[in-house]
Write a protein that binds this ligand. Structure first.
Ligand SMILES: C[S@@+](CC[C@H](N)C(=O)[O-])C[C@H]1O[C@@H](n2cnc3c(N)ncnc32)[C@H](O)[C@@H]1O
Length: 214
């Protein structure tokens, strides 16, 4: 369970009262655990997946972007919510995203997803479309760089979602000063002080920040 911030009984209760993943997403989660071992913890939580699909349906984006695709769970959730638009995925790993490609085919959404491989600071800089919805879930050290690139391209009223922004709650604990915790603190401070946006931090899973461009 990724609800690090909740009492385990409450976290279980939340999952029991959230629409569960369908068999395809459950199979992807199982295969990811088998193939990637401990790295499978990088996958978003099932309730986050439902949230992404619902939000995508509500927003009806024409251009959606995901930075950090891994084996495809979050991309599948976003792509399934699209009605007519395209999801542009960015990742560095050919190996992990080959699993995602297979599941996009199987889910019947491959025609609405593009994948660009390479360091996303470079590949996003070359992306020149106006973005309606973005999901950020890649290497934490570069969150601030991705944020600037995404903000330049996000339309007013567009939404950027950033994952792992509470880092198990460690961001609020001065005793924790690990690398990624400090990266996320800097990212959170940057966003909170940015006059271009309205921000809501949701204590979902490992923390999910909703950032709307004003
Ligand atoms: C937390 S995982 C993404 C999980 C995914 N959203 C899911 O739900 O399964 C982070 C991903 O970021 C990718 N990544 C790491 N460094 C990157 C970089 N410099 N540019 C692009 N992607 C990167 C990794 O290959 C990995 O797939």
């Amino acid at each position: 369970m990724k609800a690090y911030l909740l009492d385990p009984a409450v976290a279980r209760y939340v999952l029991e009262h959230t629409t569960p993943p369908d068999p395809l997403l459950s199979r992807l989660a199982r295969e990811t655990a088998e193939v990637t071992g401990g790295d499978a913890r990088m996958q978003i939580a099932p309730d986050q997946g439902q949230f992404l699909t619902m939000l995508t349906k509500l927003m009806r984006p024409q251009v959606a972007v995901e930075v950090g695709t891994f084996t495809g769970y979050s991309s599948l959730c976003i792509a399934r919510g699209l009605s007519g638009g395209t999801l542009h995925c960015f990742d560095v790993s050919e190996e992990w995203t080959s699993v995602a490609r297979r599941y996009w085919q199987e889910a019947g959404v491959a025609d609405r997803v593009t994948l660009t491989l390479g360091p996303a600071l470079r590949t996003l800089a070359a992306f020149d479309e106006t973005i309606d919805l973005a999901f950020l879930d890649a290497d934490k050290a570069n969150y601030r760089g991705y944020y600037e690139l995404l903000m330049e391209r996000l339309r007013p009223g567009g939404l950027l979602l950033a994952d792992n922004t509470l880092r198990h709650g460690w961001v609020a604990d001065p005793m924790h000063d690990g690398d990624t915790v400090e990266d996320i603190r800097r990212f959170n401070d940057l966003v909170a002080a940015d006059p271009r946006v309205t921000v809501v931090m949701l204590p979902v899973a490992d923390g999910l920040t909703m950032i709307m461009k004003n």
